[in-house]
Design a protein around this ligand. Structure first.
Ligand code: SF4
Length: 518
């Protein structure tokens, strides 16, 4: 098979994580308590591929780029990184998209700073770029184009940009611009080194192509953008677009046609599909879920999932029309499914900080009520068998130790709700100048305290949630690996407990300043 454009990414993203999306989270960390090969087998097994190296399931973002290029008449396909060898001597360009090329995003940066070891996502991306196949491509003048949500990271690694001969970085929604870039490559024209696709230039609904191959775990985008306007988030800058049901159905057909048994609705807030501003509406939400249920009832799919929800939407939807109960009852009564996992953001327990950095996150309720909203949303989710994996963001601009205390209190109040709580670290751009800066980065005592509390919360629930998440007997070896990892963390935690408590106490008394070793 001859291709002009080969679309790929390293193993940490070119995988279906054994059909369990959440295992992908482990690719943001170095291997802990397990040998790396076992870690990688658990979180990033090699996907099924055809004889040309085309994976059955591939990351959704890459599928969109493939669809844009194929739709414009180019010879393009997604190829597993292990098959690059077959194409680099003839193709015109290799296109790579990534969520976190260099592990600068949370939570990779937290695990990197805490363990002082490179997360596997960074390690495997570097390996791909240093591979003999990529060198051969460059030697014969082939182009490299990179993009995706982490495109901005290239601005902090100019040495690697130079060393690997990356020709063009596309920062922003790339479905339109990639067609112009491909044309330029065909015609041998020079490429811009960096393209920023502004929100104004983002593709409209009609310009977003329908995928032509299956996405990992049946992920399907149902909307783009988010109206809440949090200061630390770039998603909110993008225009809000709802993908019509007809387009969503086409993509479900592509996925189930390829044998993918999951339908995973992706949005920054699934409950805002078809909403009136930040107020969810029953009609579009019921139609959206009935569409997925239709495929389950026809025996073409097995499960329906949500990527993210906002906690204030959960509260509003339930208070105003019992919408969360109605949707979950619909799913549980019409399918064999009896729970849903979802990601969400707590970020802080401090009303003061919420007001400064994310005043829209609690809307239509005031930011002063944020911690009450979080607690009520957790209660609603527990009643409806929705298990959240929630993030806390530490080190946000203007954060004070008192804000962290409020966050600690909130995590305490969430103790009895089945969930995972994961700390993220807001890393100032200056720290990203080099690997050394990141490793010298200071984690404040109050942050250690919050991280410790998150660890205690998550370790309390992780064993039960692992049993629930990996109950399929075919996944028993994966479950065993995760249980071993959890045992290791429990054991490590016992050894560290006294030291951490002593350290927090002494820091609170101002006895010393924390200086982690580089
Ligand atoms: S609610 Fe989430 S997606 Fe929306 S702006 Fe805030 S952080 Fe971003």
């Amino acid at each position: 098979m001859k291709l002009d454009f080969v679309i790929t990414v390293d193993r940490t993203l070119m995988t279906n994580h054994h059909g369990r999306e959440f295992l992908g989270f482990m690719t943001t960390s170095p291997a802990v308590g397990l040998p790396e090969f076992l870690w990688m087998w658990i979180c990033a097994p090699k996907p099924k591929c055809d004889k040309f190296g085309r994976p059955v399931e591939a990351p959704y973002g890459l599928r969109k780029i493939e669809a844009a290029l194929v739709g414009a008449g180019f010879k393009a396909a997604i190829i597993d990184p292990d098959y690059l060898d077959k194409y680099v001597d003839d193709c015109l360009a290799v296109l790579i998209g990534h969520h976190d090329f260099f592990a600068f995003c949370a939570p990779s940066n937290v695990w990197w700073a805490v363990t002082k070891r490179e997360p596997v996502n960074r390690k495997y991306f570097m390996k791909l770029m240093e591979s003999p196949a990529m060198r051969r491509l460059k030697k014969r003048g082939g182009k490299i184009v990179v993009g995706g949500p982490a495109a901005w990271q290239w601005l902090h690694v100019e040495d690697l940009w130079e060393r690997w001969g990356v020709d063009c970085v596309i920062d922003g929604e790339a479905e339109k611009v990639i067609v112009d870039i491909a044309q330029k490559i065909i015609e041998g024209e020079p490429l811009p080194k960096y393209i920023y696709v502004s929100p104004r230039d983002s593709p409209s609904i009609d310009e977003i192509p329908t995928i032509v191959g299956a996405s990992v775990n049946g992920l399907i985008e149902i909307m783009r953008g988010c109206p809440r306007g949090c200061k630390f988030c770039s998603v909110t800058l993008r225009p809000l677009r709802f993908i019509p049901l007809s387009k969503i159905e086409e993509e479900i057909k592509v996925n189930v046609g390829a044998g993918v048994r999951h339908i995973l609705y992706h949005s920054e807030d699934v409950l805002l599909y078809g909403a009136d501003g930040i107020k969810p509406r029953e009609e579009p939400l019921m139609k959206l879920h009935k569409l997925a249920i239709k495929f389950v009832k026809e025996g073409k799919a097995e499960s329906i999932g949500w990527s993210h929800v906002a906690l204030s939407t959960v509260v509003y939807a339930e208070r105003e029309g019992k919408l969360v109960s109605k949707i979950t009852q619909l799913i549980y009564s019409e399918t064999d499914q009896d729970w849903i996992g979802v990601q969400t953001g707590i970020e802080t327990g401090s009303p003061r900080l919420s007001k400064i950095i994310m005043p829209g996150k609690s809307a239509p309720y005031p930011p002063e009520k944020w911690s009450e909203i979080v607690e009520e949303a957790f209660a609603i989710m527990a009643e409806n068998r929705i298990v959240p994996a929630a993030t806390i963001i530490l080190n946000l601009p203007e954060e004070t130790p008192e804000d962290c205390m409020k966050t600690l209190e909130l995590i305490d109040r969430l103790r009895d709700y089945p969930s995972l709580i994961v700390p993220m670290y807001f890393v100032p751009m200056g720290v990203l100048k080099s690997k050394e800066e990141l490793l010298k980065f200071r984690i404040k005592p109050e942050h250690v305290e919050v991280m410790w509390k998150c660890l205690e919360h998550s370790l309390k629930w992780a064993p039960k949630l692992t049993d629930l998440y990996l109950k399929d007997p075919a996944l028993y070896p994966v479950k065993l690996g995760i249980k071993l990892f959890l045992k290791f963390i429990e054991w490590k935690k016992k050894g560290l407990e006294r030291k951490v408590k002593e350290y927090i106490m002494r820091a609170a008394e101002g006895v010393f300043e924390h200086r982690p070793k580089s």
